[in-house]
Design a protein around this ligand. Structure first.
Ligand code: AMP
Length: 553
């Protein structure tokens, strides 16, 4: 294993790395730093986040700066604002002992004037998101004539996010003499195209991410039907008491729906997607990073800004379309020798697609049966017992209370005491799972039909909606910060009834729809006639058929 000082780095940088606790270079740094320092070639690095690539390109950029020139000499492009800020901060920290280095993060959603001033002052290294960078170029606020290095970080993500034209525009603005480094977790054809258009004779470096090399990542799949997908998710989450994971959904709407349902069902979950404001997204990400949230329901795009990789589980609520998406998602767990599980809920009709994923990622997916209620309870129970066994006992603090406690428990035997205490913590689970059905779908069977057994169907909250649902329109939506739990609360409050079974709820931008038992139509319409929400008069109407009513929202 080589040391940083064997990479011919200047003492200021070695000291900076030392402060960060970087003792030896990571494999990508060992390979990439000498190329960027001593060769002139372009470079392609196939590496995921978390492999140490920021330092791999950041250190050579710093070492090659001419600090006498107050001009931009390196440009790093990255897909999201969060990543951009993080890269700039990381590079700043390597340069802690270099005098006068200026690193400027440039991204959308922040004051463009401040960024223009930073560019005018001649920031040495600009770290930018493509959209804002091109905007600044078009406003003629940049001078890239002295740029020697351009880094495209997470290039596949930038293309996925539709930044192709921006990349073209930005690269055209940089001198032909520059060298380009492209880092990507995957190498789809589009990346090869970019490489062949913009790079000359690039060196290629491939870094196996740790999870692949050490095989600590397990790929599992569950077969679900559209009607039990959410119930299966809940069961999986319940089966793993210490879960810290991301549930990936396809759309913003399903993301919000799944999160709302989980919150309503008492889970410590929240949603992260593009319909939230930047401030809301920052808040959710911070909660998740600090582990104040243990389940984050997210879209791929929104989760890109989140630098959390030590998850116990990644759950694909649906099988993603692209293998690359799957690789990115699952790469957030099973890191650094820790075990991780990537779980996919796959509909019966897409079951065959698992095979093609297996081929493409070179790993097998294990078919796992949906845990039964009994298995979930068993797991939770033993986790609880384990926690009790390992609990730290602070003798000094509890000593004064113990005599009173012993006295209270005098009449109970050891066995009885254990039973009482386990029941106290555990009755909630036992109640919920008592008589819980088998959610496992037999592979060859068609979806189980509930028709004939009961005329009512189960709504999203698991209760039955008797004589059929009516669909209502209500004139508040996301812009009023309405969520599923809030709407249910409003309905209960306004109708003064806790018993109306509420069915499917669709919260849209300026209005929403909800379904409720037909028996409630009169009560619903009458009660809402005089109802207000945040000072605004509420308007609830009955819609004829789902989706038929036309609104301009
Ligand atoms: P990155 O892939 O650049 O996001 O880096 C992943 C993580 O590894 C970050 O938390 C870095 O601070 C850390 N890291 C990078 N290089 C080293 C190193 N040589 N030694 C220890 N930690 C490192």
């Amino acid at each position: 294993m080589i040391q940083f000082n064997e990479l011919e780095l200047i003492p200021e940088i070695i000291k900076g790395l030392d402060d960060l606790g970087f003792e030896t270079p990571m494999p990508i740094q060992e390979k990439v730093i000498p190329i960027l320092l001593h060769k002139k070639n372009d470079l392609i690095g196939l590496a995921q986040t978390g492999t140490g690539k920021t330092a791999a390109f950041g250190i050579p950029i710093l070492q090659q700066l001419d600090l006498h020139k107050r001009q931009t000499q390196a440009l790093v492009l990255s897909p999201t604002r969060e990543l951009c800020i993080q890269i700039a901060r990381d590079i700043d920290s390597y340069a802690k002992y270099m005098k006068g280095v200026s690193v400027l993060p440039v991204y959308g959603g922040a004051s463009i004037e401040t960024q223009i001033r930073g560019l005018k002052k001649g920031a040495h290294i600009v770290v930018a998101t493509p959209g804002r960078m091109l905007d600044l170029i078009r406003r003629k606020q940049t001078n890239f004539s002295q740029v020697q290095t351009v880094i495209l970080d997470e290039a596949d993500e930038m293309l996925n996010m539709g930044f192709r034209d921006e990349l073209d525009g930005i690269l055209a603005e940089t001198p032909d003499t520059k060298r380009t480094g492209l880092f990507s977790a995957t190498m789809p054809r589009e990346i090869r195209d970019i490489a062949s258009r913009y790079m000359h004779d690039p060196d290629e470096v491939t870094i196996q991410s740790k999870n692949r090399a050490s095989d600590t990542l397990e790929h599992q799949f569950f077969i679900v039907s559209s009607s039990n997908r959410y119930q299966v998710l809940k069961r999986i989450v319940d089966f793993y008491p210490g879960i810290y994971g991301i549930v990936f959904c396809r759309t913003r709407r399903s993301t919000q729906e799944v999160a709302d349902n989980l919150i309503q069902d008492g889970y410590n979950a929240d949603a992260l997607h593009g319909d939230l404001s930047q401030a809301q997204r920052d808040y959710v990400m911070q909660k998740f990073r600090r582990k104040n949230l243990n389940i984050l329901v997210a879209t791929d795009v929104a989760a890109r800004g989140l630098d959390v990789t030590d998850l116990t589980h990644v759950i694909n609520y649906e099988l993603p379309d692209a293998t690359e998406t799957y690789i990115h998602r699952s790469g957030r767990t099973g890191r650094a020798g820790k075990s991780g599980i990537s779980i996919t809920l796959v509909g019966t009709r897409r079951r065959h697609a698992i095979k093609s994923f297996e081929r493409k990622i070179g790993n097998t997916f294990k078919r796992v049966k949906v845990p039964t209620g009994k298995e979930v309870c068993g797991n939770q129970l033993f986790k609880l017992i384990d926690r009790v066994e390992k609990a730290e006992v602070n003798e000094a603090l509890i000593a004064e209370y113990l005599p009173g406690i012993y006295q209270k428990f005098e009449a109970l035997s050891r066995e009885e005491l254990i039973k009482h205490f386990v029941s106290l913590e555990f009755n909630r689970f036992l109640d919920y799972y008592e008589g819980a059905g088998d959610l496992e779908i037999k592979e060859s069977a068609h979806l189980p039909s509930t028709r004939g057994k009961s005329r009512g169907r189960k709504n999203i909250h698991g209760s039955k909606t008797g004589s059929g649902d009516a669909r209502f329109f209500i004139n508040i939506g996301k812009t009023d910060k309405l969520t599923v739990p809030k709407l249910i609360g409003i309905i209960k409050e306004v109708t003064r009834s806790r018993n109306i079974p509420i069915g499917k709820i669709d919260i849209l931008k300026n209005f929403s729809f909800f379904e409720a038992n037909r028996d409630s139509i009169d009560l619903m319409l009458k009660s809402f006639k005089k109802a207000y929400y945040k000072g605004r008069k509420l308007n609830v109407e009955l819609t004829k058929k789902p989706g038929k009513k036309q609104f301009r929202g």
